[in-house]
Design a protein around this ligand. Sequence first.
Ligand code: XBP
Ligand code: MG
Length: 241
Amino acid sequence: MAIKALIFDVDGTLAETEELHRRAFNETFAEYGLGWHWDRALYGELLKTTGGKERMLAHIRNNAPATRPAETEIPAIHRRKTARYVELVAEGALELRPGIGELIEDARARGVRLAVATTTNLPNVEALCRACFGQPAGALFEVICAGDQVKAKKPAPDVYELALAHLGLSARDCVALEDSHNGLLSAKGAGLRCIVSPGPYTQRQDFSLADAVARCFCEISTLKAVEKILNPATKEEHHGR
Ligand code: XBP
Ligand code: MG
C-alpha cells in the first residue's frame, strides 16, 4: 500500500523533549511556590498521563502533595510552563532525533504529505520547528493537530482521527511515527500503521501492537526504509535474489 502521508508525534519522536518539559514544569512550580519537584522516577510515572494540565491533576489526585493549587489554577500554571518551555527551546535546548530530518526531507521530495498529531500544545510545536528545522511548523507540516484541539488526548485515537480528517485521507494510506505506548494505542485506535522508536522514558513499554519497532529513526530515514520495515517479506525477497 503506497504511503500518501506520514503523521508524526512530537514529544519523544521529533526530539527527546521530556527532560525539557520536566525542567519547565519544575521551574514553574518553584515560581508558584508549590514546593513540587518532579524527579525522573516520578516524572516517568506521571508520563502515563498525557498532557501537561492532565498530568498536574494526576499528581494532585494520585500523590496528594502538601501544597495544592485549586484545580481552576492549573490552566494558568500550565500557560506559564509553556512560556518557559518555549523560551528554553528557542535557546537551542533541543535537537532532532537522528534520522528525523532526513526522513522528512526524503518524504517531501517524494511528494508524501506530512502531518503532526501530538498531545503537546501548539506554541511548543512551533518553537521546536523554528529551533530545530529553522522553519515555521506550517512550512513543514501541512496539517498540525495539537493539544486541546481534541477532547480526549492520547491514548484516545481522537488526535490521529482529526489529522486524518484534515488530510482527507483514509488510515490505510498513512503511517504514524511514535515513541510511546500511549501514542501507539492512539495511532492504532485510529486504524493507522505505526512505527515506534522508543526513547529513554518509554523503552520498557509494551509495543506488541506496533507494525514495526526501530531502535533509532536513523533506521528509517528514507521512505523506502519505512516501506521495508513495514513489509519485511519484501526485504527478504530482495535479499534472496
Ligand atoms: C507527550 C505529552 C506532553 C508533554 C507536555 O505525549 O504527554 O504532555 O509531556 O506537553 P505524546 P504539554 O508525545 O504522546 O503526544 O505540557 O504542552 O501538554
Ligand atoms: Mg511522544
